[in-house]
Design a protein around this ligand. Structure first.
Ligand SMILES: [Zn+2]
Length: 487
């Protein structure tokens, strides 16, 4: 028997586009949506009335932090401090895991709970390898897949791997130090994880290849990744086109741009997801004009993962959302750091697009909402996600608009973006299962996780000192806003 959810506003899907329905309902049965509209008269098993809320497709976050927050520490640094956030040459030779295997599982659970609470229903994880001895062990991802399934999120997972680590050399220059065997072993583990995920036969656990960053993979590993993706028919997400250091290293080593390298090694195709993609030739720090990169990206069928809030907080932005979209590039969204708040992310992106264009009508709210839903689904090659229409997966989120602080309702999407946050999520459903209602996740003690998260964060923060070439204390690497007055 079906379940019916009614809300003041429903973002449905009709003839290939999102449409807004007022005083409407979504009816689903099992994993699948059966009806979206104003009048459902059939029998229902259960009915949930959300009142003044916006019910919409669950948010798809393809660069989702499944780690402890580090942006709170490292998004303020000047050049000298920033060097202390990377590994030193000495640490590369004497590296160690900061966390135990058990703590790593706790970190994953903490982070996944945060995704649920912020209305994300589908995610592809990103972790910070900076506090790992190398990258992500197979067992860690096997454990994470279990936690993810228990919480009920839809996951696209795999162990991150790399053959090199970003370091600050003794000369003070940024570079990468390599151990190619570790990269090969990492890819072998990633392939084992694909087998593992297939054996689970859990529709919520999907295997993908998640190599770390283009400059941390040797050329053979890039080629082997492309070959494995094609052979296994799986997606690949690879951080690239995300910074000048990366661009210069790739030009120096291979004599081509990162985008050309992706093409040369066989990765630039519809299976590829590129987080950030901010350093194409349009970028003012590159050529300041499009010399064909956007068309090349669009023609390849690859998707980009735009992370507006994180980019802004590290002082950059996609230049521009509108230009990439007009070029025909599929744009999906990611949060990339804490908080995993795509509502605030979309607001940041929309306002930055206005600044870049110098005109208010460049604020493409629909384009951004599409990216968070349909764009993500397209990147995942899952047309049954990201839309509320009969036959689609019953993945949805509702944001309350019932608080006086939400202000007035005009278009509810604008009210939510301008005045709100993803913290207003009051219902989250994945494949027909309610995974969060009224801020409560069944079986999860949020107070416990709040304290646990802080404990793990303190451990991570204090570990920067040993990696810094100058072994500076954490308070020097991360100076407080105001000096602390001791009692
Ligand atoms: Zn990222």
């Amino acid at each position: 028997m079906p379940t019916k959810v009614t809300a003041r506003y429903v973002l449905g899907h009709h003839n290939g586009r999102h449409v807004l329905l007022e005083n409407a309902c979504v009816v689903y049965s099992g994993h699948t949506i059966e009806y979206v509209g104003h009048d459902y008269t059939g029998p229902v098993d259960e009915e949930r009335r959300l009142g003044d809320a916006l019910l919409m497709p669950g948010l798809i976050d393809l660069d989702a932090l499944t780690d402890i927050d580090h942006l709170i520490l490292d998004s303020w640094a000047g050049a000298e401090q920033a060097k202390g956030h990377q590994w030193s040459e000495d640490y590369f030779r004497n590296r160690a895991d900061v966390f135990t295997a058990e703590e790593r599982q706790q970190i994953r659970e903490y982070a996944l709970i945060q995704l649920v609470l912020h209305g994300i229903t589908t995610y592809m994880p990103i972790a910070s390898e900076v506090h790992s001895e190398w990258a992500e062990p197979l067992e860690e991802l096997v454990g994470m897949a279990e936690t993810s399934s228990r919480l009920g999120l839809r996951a696209f997972l795999g162990p991150a791997y790399r053959s090199g680590v970003n370091v600050v050399l003794d000369t003070g220059e940024r570079s990468v130090m390599f151990d190619d065997d570790r990269g090969r072993d990492g890819l072998a583990d990633a392939l084992r994880f694909i087998d593992h995920a297939n054996e689970l036969r859990d529709p919520l656990v999907n295997a993908v290849l998640l190599p770390c960053r283009i400059e941390t993979l040797d050329i053979e590993l890039l080629k082997a990744t492309a070959a494995a993706a094609s052979e296994r028919n799986v997606l690949v997400r690879l951080h690239s086109l995300q910074g000048l250091v990366e661009r210069e290293l790739i030009l120096d080593w291979h004599g081509v741009t990162p985008l050309e390298l992706l093409d040369q090694v066989g990765l630039l195709n519809e299976r590829l997801l590129i987080p950030h993609a901010t350093y194409t030739d349009r970028n003012p720090a590159v050529h300041g004009e499009d010399r064909g990169d956007l068309a090349r990206l669009a023609d390849s069928g690859a998707s980009i993962i735009h992370c507006p809030l994180t980019s802004m907080r590290y002082g950059s932005t996609l230049d521009s959302f509108n230009a990439y979209k007009e070029a025909g590039i599929n744009i999906s969204l990611g949060t990339d750091s804490f908080p995993p708040d795509l509502i605030r992310g979309i607001d940041a992106g929309v306002q930055l697009a206005k600044i870049l264009a110098g005109t208010n009508d460049a604020g493409d709210v629909a384009g951004y909402i599409d990216a968070a839903t349909l764009g993500g689904a397209h990147a995942l090659r899952r047309p049954d996600l990201g839309r509320l229409e009969p036959g689609a997966q019953a993945d949805m989120v509702a944001f309350s608009l019932a608080d006086i602080r939400d202000g007035v309702h005009d278009d509810p999407l604008r009210t939510l973006l301008l005045n709100g946050t993803a913290r207003q999520a009051v219902l989250s459903v994945v494949a027909g299962r309610t995974i969060m209602a009224d801020g409560v996740i069944a079986g999860v003690d949020l107070d416990h996780w709040r304290l646990k998260g802080q404990e793990l964060f303190e451990k991570m923060r204090s570990a920067y000192t040993v990696r810094d070439a100058r072994n500076r204390p954490a308070d020097e690497l991360f100076p407080p806003v105001y000096a602390r007055l001791e009692r």
